[in-house]
Design a protein around this ligand. Structure first.
Ligand SMILES: [Zn+2]
Length: 281
């Protein structure tokens, strides 16, 4: 039995605000300390009666382009970047109040949430963390995505992507998942998309807040980005960021090795569901 340590919450409340990706509206987000065993819970303060949505696999309702959770009529879009930072910082319990349906997209990376959590700090609580140790290989394969979670010491993600749209895009990276590695290697990697992928969304007004301020766009083999790439292999780093966020919905400290070929939110969540069914908590 591995000791995953004590649970943690934020030491104090902290907030940020910004534009959301899908609606383009301005949203405020506040993290507040929460009790032991309460987990990560979102609260829609803009809706009547301020409904809450727990960040857990059972509440995932949509995985196209982003991970969306809902409880009843309360929906929270694009939770994965904030969840990745909470996991990397070891925050188990927190109340996330939002004045809209989606966290601010920031620059398309996890950096704004890193700054938020730095400000909020962390405090140990009187309760043990749950762990989830992968005992046997668990695999999910669909289309070009193939993911397998293997037994292993610690928690490590090895990921590869190839999109055939730029000379730079065949990338591989393997990293342990932890706070220091996350800060140095993962947090700054931004969302990316190909232009044909978003053209229809732009025309349908589905990404009103989307711009080169918060995503890298690849058009006709050319990388469009305000500041150039932050890492030569920024794409695979962002895929690892998304995976950390998606697998954190298992609500436990993971012990195993994820091998991921062209992962995406759907494949991440489907594999997480298989893990949840197969592993002893
Ligand atoms: Zn992402």
């Amino acid at each position: 039995m591995i000791d995953h340590g004590r649970q943690h919450t934020v030491a104090r409340s902290a907030c940020l605000s910004g534009i959301t990706l899908h609606t383009g509206s301005r949203v405020g987000l506040t993290v507040r300390p929460a009790p032991v065993d309460s987990g990560i819970v979102f609260c829609r303060t803009d809706l009547p009666e301020q409904p809450r949505v727990a960040a857990c696999l059972a509440n995932v309702v949509e995985t196209r382009r982003a991970t969306t959770i809902a409880d009843g009529s309360a929906v929270v879009y694009t939770v994965e970047h904030l969840l990745a930072v909470l996991y990397a910082f070891g925050i188990d319990n927190v109340l996330v109040e939002m004045s809209g349906p989606e966290p601010p997209i920031g620059d398309g990376s996890a950096t704004p949430f890193v700054e938020l959590l730095d400000e909020a700090g962390a405090v140990e609580q009187d309760g043990s963390r749950k762990g989830l140790r992968i005992e046997t290989p668990v695999c999910y394969e669909k289309g070009e995505s193939c993911l397998v979670f293997l037994p292993g010491e610690g928690y490590r993600i090895s990921c590869t992507v190839k999109y055939n749209c730029t000379p730079l895009d065949c990338q591989y990276l393997s990293l342990p998942v932890g706070r220091e590695t996350f800060l140095a290697e993962i947090a700054a990697a931004r969302t990316f998309c190909s232009y044909p992928e978003i053209e229809g969304l732009i025309n349908a007004n589905l990404i009103c807040g989307g711009s080169l301020d918060n995503a890298i766009v690849i058009k006709d083999g050319v990388i469009l980005s305000k500041e150039g790439l932050r890492f030569p292999d920024e794409f695979v780093r962002h895929k690892i960021l998304d995976a950390i966020g998606d697998f954190s919905l298992l609500g436990a400290r993971l012990q195993g090795r994820l091998l991921a070929v062209k992962p995406g939110h759907e494949a991440n969540i489907e594999l997480a569901r298989l893990l949840s069914d197969n592993c002893n908590q």
